[in-house]
Design a protein. Structure first.
Length: 281
């Protein structure tokens, strides 16, 4: 309840403090669910990056793995840990991420974004697009977490506009995180018995990763929303949009005074880009 009270209290103050420090925004390339368990180059960076900014009041995550018709926010006090994958070792299914939810944050989003008909959800929880990296960032499960769904019936422009509407949350100390992969083709990905080969990448994927990264650094949201024109390789790298859309939400939250810093810039398994970025002052 302490966090909920903080959020409600801060909401009243946002109108008067437009120049206050904004919480950063993250786009996380989450990759293989096994990253939740492993100490590797990617999880090391997740642990490092979180030390570069203050502890958030709450986290709002837009995960590739909750793609439905409609936009909803989780509104329960205790979101469950969801195992939305198959064929992994038992120890992965034994993992729990018992972070509290934040009905107060869900209510604020529901109220503030009334024109978008946001729904409240009491059934979903935290999927691996959220908990696999938060386990490393906030291992004490001490920061409330809310997930927001991706409405797969909507256009890129809709997602971008909706992302912009979330900017007020940065003033309230909420860490907004898009979680997906900018290149994500599991059918073409090469796996080893331990997951994806971290040292293998198709040439087309490396080329597409560089082109997308250039547009991200330039904050060229128009080009990124029309990604098919960036490269013919987008056909292979983005066969469906659910892992790409969280990038659009993150970019929509950049202000004039923010800079974009890339991290975990690597293509693995041939066709999965772990490339991530932080938007910060």
């Amino acid at each position: 309840m302490h966090h909920s009270a903080d959020l409600t209290h801060m909401e009243a103050k946002t109108e008067h403090k437009s120049t206050e420090k904004l919480m950063p925004v993250l786009f996380i390339g989450h990759g293989n669910p096994m990253n939740a368990l492993e100490k590797n180059e990617f999880s090391d960076e997740w642990r490092r990056i979180v030390r570069t900014f203050p502890c958030p009041k709450a986290i709002l995550c837009i995960s590739a793995h909750w793609s439905i018709k409609g936009t909803k926010v989780t509104a329960m006090e205790r979101p469950k840990t969801i195992y939305d994958f198959g064929g992994f070792p038992d120890k992965l299914y034994a993992q729990k991420y018992p972070a509290p939810g934040s009905p107060a944050l869900s209510e604020i989003i529901y109220t503030h974004l009334g024109i978008y008909s946001i729904g409240k959800d009491y059934h979903w929880g935290l999927d691996h697009g959220t908990w696999s990296f938060l386990k490393h960032m906030y291992p004490d499960n001490n920061v409330p977490v809310v997930q927001m769904s991706i409405d797969h019936t909507k256009s890129m422009k809709h997602h971008y506009r909706l992302g912009k509407e979330l900017l007020f949350l940065r003033k309230m100390g909420v860490l907004i995180t898009g979680s997906g992969n900018i290149i994500h083709n599991l059918r073409l990905a090469k796996s080893t018995k331990n997951g994806f080969d971290h040292e293998f990448a198709y040439n087309w994927a490396l080329e597409l990763n560089e082109l997308l990264k250039e547009r991200i650094i330039e904050n060229n949201s128009e080009a990124l929303m029309d990604y098919g024109r960036i490269s013919k390789h987008a056909y292979w790298g983005i066969p469906s949009e659910e892992h790409y859309i969280p990038l659009i939400y993150a970019l929509a939250l950049k202000t004039e005074n923010d800079r974009i810093t890339i991290f975990n810039d690597k293509v693995i398994g041939g066709a999965i880009s772990m490339t991530s970025f932080i938007i910060s002052h």
